[in-house]
Structure formats: C-alpha cells, structure tokens
Design a protein around this ligand. Structure first.
Ligand SMILES: [Zn+2]
Length: 84
C-alpha cells in the first residue's frame, strides 16, 4: 500500500503499553472510557488482549481498522480539500 502525502492515520493505543502506563500511573485509567476505577481499567485492557487484540482505536474504529496493527491509513479525499 502506498502512503502518499495527505494520507490520514487515526490514533490508536497499544494495549500492552497502555496497561503498563496505567499500572505505573503515567497514564490515567480514565482513558478507558468504560472503566469505573484503575483496577477495572486494567481488567478491561487484559480482556481486550485475551481476544488477541494488540491495539484499540482512540474513538471510533475507522474503515479497515486492524486490532493488530491499527489504522491502515486513508488516502486523501479527491472531492474535498482539507487543510493539513
Ligand atoms: Zn483510520
């Protein structure tokens, strides 16, 4: 796949890194939207990893999103002009 100028990539979080950061309190557990507390957040992340997932989208999963490698990248739209 070619990644030309203007290709859009959506943000995603690495589950392993996120788990570690929440555990070490370098990241807020509140980034896990459904979590009620830190322990719950870690449980949710571990459950995601048990499904074989490595990354999760920040926000809605986009078209072609992979739970292993994240956003595939989206070519710039040809019909609209977006400021980058
Ligand atoms: Zn995307």
């Amino acid at each position: 796949m070619e990644h030309g100028v203007g290709t859009t990539f959506h943000m995603c979080a690495n589950l392993e890194g996120l788990h570690r950061n929440i555990q070490q309190r370098t990241a807020s557990w509140r980034v896990v939207t459904d979590a009620k507390n830190r322990q719950h957040a870690l449980e949710i992340i571990r459950a995601e990893m048990m499904k074989g997932r490595r990354v999760v989208p920040l926000g809605d999963a986009c078209e072609g999103f992979s739970y292993e490698t994240g956003c595939p990248g989206h070519p710039p739209a040809t019909t609209t002009t977006e400021a980058t």
